[in-house]
Design a protein around this ligand. Structure first.
Ligand code: SF4
Length: 699
C-alpha cells in the first residue's frame, strides 16, 4: 500500500530525533526513526517509537471549549466565540481595575516556537506585562544564567558531532541512558569504538548511565560544586590547564585559582563523600583528554544553588581550553523538546526575543519598535513559582496555563492548589482532560497536539526542525497559535493577522537580524528543503553554524569568556532529627513528565508500572522496612504513601521518588511534589527538586 511520508521531530526530550511519519491510504500512521536525520540516524528510544499510539488514542482528548459561569458552577460546553469573548472581557476588566501585572501566562517547553513567539508578543507587547513564564524555568534556567555569565549569551556551543570526537565525558546530575537515550547511544558507540574514551559520572545514585562509566563519583546531594572545584584544583596542580587559552581568551582565573586552592582535597573528598583517589583519577582523565565534553541536566539545574553548580562545571571547560574546538565544550542536555526554541523567542519573564534582555533599555526599545508598540514594560515579569505565589497572595487575578500540568510538576503542589483556588480567573489550554488544573479552571480550551499542527522546534544543539501536520485535531480543538491569535483579536490588538505559521516564523526570523542568533536567512521553504538547520543562519550563502566560538571570541563586553567564582550560597532545606533523609526526585526511562501522553501507552507502562521509593538497605532496616513494604514519606509540606524499593544503588541517607505520578493517576498517594519545597536559586529562580528533608516510616 502506498504511503505518504511526513517529516517531524519527536515531541518528548530535547535530543530532537527526526521521525518519518508514514500514513497509509486509510489514514493509519506508523512511526520510524529518520535514517537521514543527523541527530538520530534512524534510531528512536521507547518513547519516540510509541508516539503513534498517543496520536491515535483520543480517549482523553479535550474536544470542545468549556466554561463555568461561577466558581461553584459546573463546566459547560460553549462555542469558541463565547469562550474567547468571556476570556477577553474578563482580561480587560481585570487589567482596567488592577493593572496589567495582575494577569499572567504560564506556558511550556513543549510549545512550538511560533506559539511561544505569539504568547510573548501578546503579553509583553500588547497586554503590557512581562508576566509570561514557562515550565522551562523548572528545567533549564540555571544553565541559561550560567551560560550568560561565563560565555556572554545563552548559547550551547557544541554540536552533537562533538560526541564522536570527544575522548572524555563528564556527565553530572544526569542519567542520559534513560532520559536522553539517543545521545547516550552515540556516547556508548564512541566508547565501543574507542575503549580508551573515559566516562566520568557524578550522581548520588548508581544509574543506568554508570554501566559504562570508568569512574562513578557518588557524591552527597548538593555537593557537586565542591567536587568541580576539587577537580579544578587537581588540574591546576597537575599542570593540566591551558595557560595560553586562559591568558588570551578569559578573565577571572586568578580569583578562581585562589578559591579552589582554599579547600584541600581531603576536605573536598569528605564533604562530597567520595575518595581522594577517585577525584584525582577523574582529574587525570580530564587532563589527558584531547576532547572534553561536560554534560549535565536537572541534577545541577534543579537546585537552590543551581547557577553556582553550573558555573563551576563550565569553568572546567574554560581552564582547560576545551571549548570552541572538536569534541569539546559545555553541553547542557535540554529536558524538553523546545525549551531552547522558547528561550530564543524570549519565552521567559526575564527575556526578550532573539536573546535580548528585558533589563536592557536598548533591547526593550528594539522590540517595541519591531512590534510597533509604544514600549515594553521595564518591570521584570513574575517567574514560574512567583506567578503562583502571586495568585495565592491576590496580586495575580487571572492565570492562563498552556500545555503544562502544574499541579503535578510544580514544587509544593498543595501550595499550587491553594493558588489556583484563590485566582479569580483560570484558563487551562491543553490537549488532555488529565490536566489536573482543570477542576480549578473557569475556562478550558481544547488544543491540537503533535502532528495536528505545523511549527518549528530547536533541540539541545541549536538545531531547528520543521514539524509537519499529518492529521487533524479531534472535535473543535485548535492549534495553540490559532487560539492565541483569536484571543488577541478579541482584545482588539493589531499584529496578529497571520494566515499561517510560515508568516509567524518569518516575522521572528526578521527580528533576529544582526543578533548573535541571527536566522534571518531562514524561512519555512528553506527549512523544509534542508530538513534541519543549526543556528545562527544569517544567510543562505554562509549556511548553518555547527560549533560556536571556534574563533575564541565570546559575546561578552570584552570578547573574553568569564571564569566565574561562585556567587552567594543559598541554603538547602537542612535535614533534622524529625526529617533526617534527603529526598531527590527524577524521571524513569519510559515515562514523560506527568504521564498524560506516555501513561496511555501499555508498552511504556510495563517498564515500571507503579510509583516507588528508592531507599538504601541500612536506612530501610533501621525502620523495619522490607522490600515492597508500604511506606509513608513525610516532610514539612506533605506526605506520600507508596512501596519501598530497597537498593544499594542509592547513597545512604538519600531517598528517590519518580516525578511522574499525580493525583489522578495515584489518588495523591505518590505525587512527589507533595514533599518538595519552595527554595529557588536566587539568580535563575529555578526551584529545587533535588534536596528536601523527609522521614520514611512503615505505613
Ligand atoms: Fe524522542 Fe528524546 Fe527518545 Fe529521541 S531520545 S526518540 S527525542 S524521547
Amino acid at each position: 500500500m502506498s504511503m505518504v511520508n511526513y517529516k517531524s521531530t519527536c515531541s518528548y526530550c530535547g535530543v530532537g530525533c527526526g521521525i518519518n511519519v508514514l500514513k497509509d491510504k486509510k489514514g493509519k500512521i506508523s512511526i520510524q526513526g529518520d535514517p537521514e536525520h543527523p541527530v538520530n540516524k534512524g534510531m528512536l528510544c521507547s518513547k519516540g517509537m510509541n508516539l503513534h499510539y498517543v496520536v491515535e488514542d483520543k480517549s482523553d482528548r479535550l474536544l470542545h471549549p468549556q466554561m463555568r459561569w461561577g466558581k461553584s458552577h459546573p463546566l459547560e460546553q460553549v462555542d469558541w466565540n463565547t469562550a474567547l469573548d468571556r476570556a477577553s472581557a474578563v482580561f480587560k476588566s481585570i487589567i482596567k481595575t488592577h493593572g496589567p501585572d495582575s494577569v499572567a501566562f504560564y506556558v511550556s517547553g513543549q510549545c512550538l516556537t511560533e506559539e511561544y513567539y505569539l504568547v510573548n508578543k501578546l503579553t509583553k507587547g500588547f497586554l503590557k506585562t512581562n508576566n509570561v513564564d514557562t515550565n522551562s524555568r523548572l528545567c533549564m534556567s540555571s544553565a541559561v544564567m550560567a551560560y550568560i555569565k561565563t560565555l556572554g549569551e545563552d548559547s550551547v556551543p557544541i554540536a552533537y558531532e562533538d560526541i564522536e570526537q570527544a575522548d572524555c565525558f563528564l556527565v553530572a546530575g544526569a542519567n542520559p541512558a534513560w532520559c536522553h537515550p539517543i545521545i547516550w547511544r552515540r556516547i556508548e558507540k564512541q566508547k565501543e569504538k574507542h575503549p580508551d574514551v573515559k566516562i566520568i559520572v557524578v550522581d548520588p545514585r548508581i544509574t543506568q548511565s554508570c554501566s559504562i562509566a570508568d569512574i562513578h563519583l557518588q557524591v552527597h546531594p548538593g555537593t557537586d560544586e565542591v567536587l568541580f572545584h576539587a577537580l579544578g584544583r587537581c588540574l591546576i596542580e597537575q599542570g593540566d590547564i591551558d595557560l595560553d587559552f586562559i591568558a588570551k581568551h578569559t578573565d577571572g582565573f586568578n580569583a578562581y585559582k585562589e578559591l579552589v586552592l582554599k579547600t584541600t582535597l581531603e576536605d573536598a573528598a569528605q564533604i562530597c563523600g567520595v575518595s581522594i583517589n577517585d577525584i584525582q583519577m577523574a582529574a587525570s582523565f580530564i587532563g589527558n583528554a584531547r576532547g572534553f565534553l561536560t554534560l549535565w541536566t536537572m541534577g545541577l539545574n534543579q537546585s537552590a544553588d543551581g547557577v553556582n553548580k553550573n558555573l563551576a562545571l563550565i569553568d572546567l571547560n574554560l581552564i582547560t581550553g576545551h571549548i570552541g574546538k572538536p569534541g569539546s565544550g559545555p553541553f547542557s542536555l535540554t529536558g524538553q523538546p523546545n525549551a531552547m526554541g522558547g528561550r530564543e523567542v524570549g519565552g521567559m519573564a526575564t527575556l526578550l526575543a532573539s536573546h535580548r534582555i528585558l533589563s536592557n533599555p536598548a533591547h526593550r526599545n528594539e522590540v517595541a519598535k519591531f512590534w510597533e508598540v509604544e514600549n515594553i514594560s521595564e518591570k521584570p515579569g513574575k517567574t514560574a513559582t512567583q506567578i503562583f505565589e502571586g495568585a495565592e497572595d491576590g496580586s495575580i487575578k487571572a492565570i492562563w496555563i498552556i500545555c503544562t500540568n502544574p499541579l503535578v510538576s510544580m514544587p509544593d503542589a498543595r501550595k499550587i492548589e491553594a493558588a489556583l483556588k484563590k485566582a479569580r480567573f483560570v484558563v487551562v489550554q491543553d490537549i488532555s482532560d488529565k490536566n489536573e488544573a482543570i477542576p480549578y479552571a473557569d475556562l478550558v480550551l481544547p488544543a491540537a497536539g503533535w502532528g495536528e499542527k505545523e511549527g518549528t522546534m530547536t533541540n539541545s544543539e541549536r538545531r531547528i526542525s520543521h514539524l509537519s501536520q499529518f492529521t487533524s485535531a479531534p472535535g473543535e480543538a485548535l492549534p495553540d497559535a490559532e487560539i492565541l491569535m483569536r484571543f488577541a483579536k478579541k482584545m482588539g490588538f493589531h499584529g496578529f493577522d497571520f494566515t499561517n505559521m510560515a508568516e509567524v516564523y518569518a516575522e521572528y526570523c526578521a527580528m533576529t537580524k544582526g543578533t548573535n542568533i541571527d536566522i534571518s536567512g531562514l524561512d519555512y521553504d528553506h527549512l523544509k528543503k534542508r530538513g534541519t538547520i543549526q543556528w545562527p543562519f544569517p544567510n543562505k550563502t554562509q549556511g548553518e553554524t555547527r560549533r560556536l566560538f571556534t574563533n575564541k571570541k565570546f559575546p561578552t563586553p570584552n570578547g573574553r569568556a568569564q571564569i566565574q567564582v561562585s556567587g552567594p550560597k543559598n541554603a538547602f532545606e537542612k535535614p533534622s532529627p524529625e526529617f533526617p533523609l534527603v529526598l531527590t526526585t527524577g524521571r524513569i526511562r519510559d515515562q514523560w513528565h506527568t504521564m498524560t501522553r506516555t501513561g496511555k501507552v501499555n508498552k511504556l507502562n510495563k517498564h515500571l508500572p507503579k510509583p516507588f521509593l528508592e531507599i538504601h538497605p541500612e536506612n530501610a532496616s533501621e525502620r523495619g522496612i522490607s522490600q515492597g513494604s508500604t511506606v509513608l514519606v513525610s516532610g514539612n509540606r506533605g506526605e506520600v504513601r507508596l512501596h519501598a524499593q530497597i537498593t544499594d544503588k542509592i547513597k545512604k541517607g538519600v531517598v528517590f521518588l519518580p516525578m511522574h505520578w499525580g493525583k489522578i493517576l495515584q489518588n495523591d498517594f505518590a505525587r512527589a511534589n507533595n514533599l518538595t519545597g519552595n527554595a529557588i536559586d536566587p539568580v535563575s529562580k529555578q526551584p529545587d527538586f533535588k534536596y528536601s528533608a523527609v522521614q520514611v516510616s512503615l505505613f
